[in-house]
Design a protein around this ligand. Structure first.
Ligand SMILES: CC(C)(COP(=O)(O)OP(=O)(O)OC[C@H]1O[C@@H](n2cnc3c(N)ncnc32)[C@H](O)[C@@H]1OP(=O)(O)O)[C@@H](O)C(=O)NCCC(=O)NCCS
Length: 129
């Protein structure tokens, strides 16, 4: 298993998101968006992308996104390795005053890294028609 601070290729990124049950992203959007990552980590086995995570934003507001492990590799603690790298990046490189957020489908994954549910605010999605 290889873990690297690297942005995934757009094609494998799109495939991994769909394989693990996240919403589909277009190849064009991924090609434009991925290089703008503040930070990205990839997990590979025999060269194949099996997990990843990213941090996006501008250093004032940053968001943890795309935390994903391929279905056949889930339940083996790999997401912890991804999150540990991401938290090291945030602790070292992101100013303390920044707002660091995420949308958690599974809150158990993030609570142990210090993320809490907000008291006052509530996350919202813009529903495109
Ligand atoms: C969510 C996901 C990233 C988790 O990755 P994973 O490598 O399979 O994670 P694991 O099942 O090995 O569990 C990671 C940790 O959570 C714990 N855990 C697993 N299921 C749990 C549960 N239902 N309740 C509480 N803790 C749980 C594990 O014990 C492990 O703890 P540890 O790191 O302290 O040892 C992965 O299942 C995935 O890619 N899912 C589809 C995409 C997705 O939903 N991404 C998250 C978007 S917010």
């Amino acid at each position: 298993m290889q873990i690297e601070d690297k942005i995934p290729d757009p094609t494998e990124y799109c495939a991994l998101r769909v394989a693990s049950g996240l919403s589909a992203m277009s190849l064009d959007a991924a090609t434009l968006g991925l290089p703008k990552s503040l930070y990205a980590v990839t997990l590979r086995q025999d060269g194949k992308l099996i997990g990843m995570g990213r941090v996006v934003g501008d250093g004032l507001h940053v968001q943890v996104v795309d935390i994903t492990v391929a279905p056949e590799f889930q339940g083996k603690g790999l997401s912890r390795q991804i999150m540990e790298r991401i938290m090291a990046f945030i602790d070292e490189k992101i100013p303390k005053c920044a707002v660091v957020s995420l949308f958690a489908d599974v809150d158990w994954l993030y609570q142990k890294f210090g993320f809490v549910k907000p008291q006052k605010s509530q996350g919202m999605f813009y529903k495109r028609v």
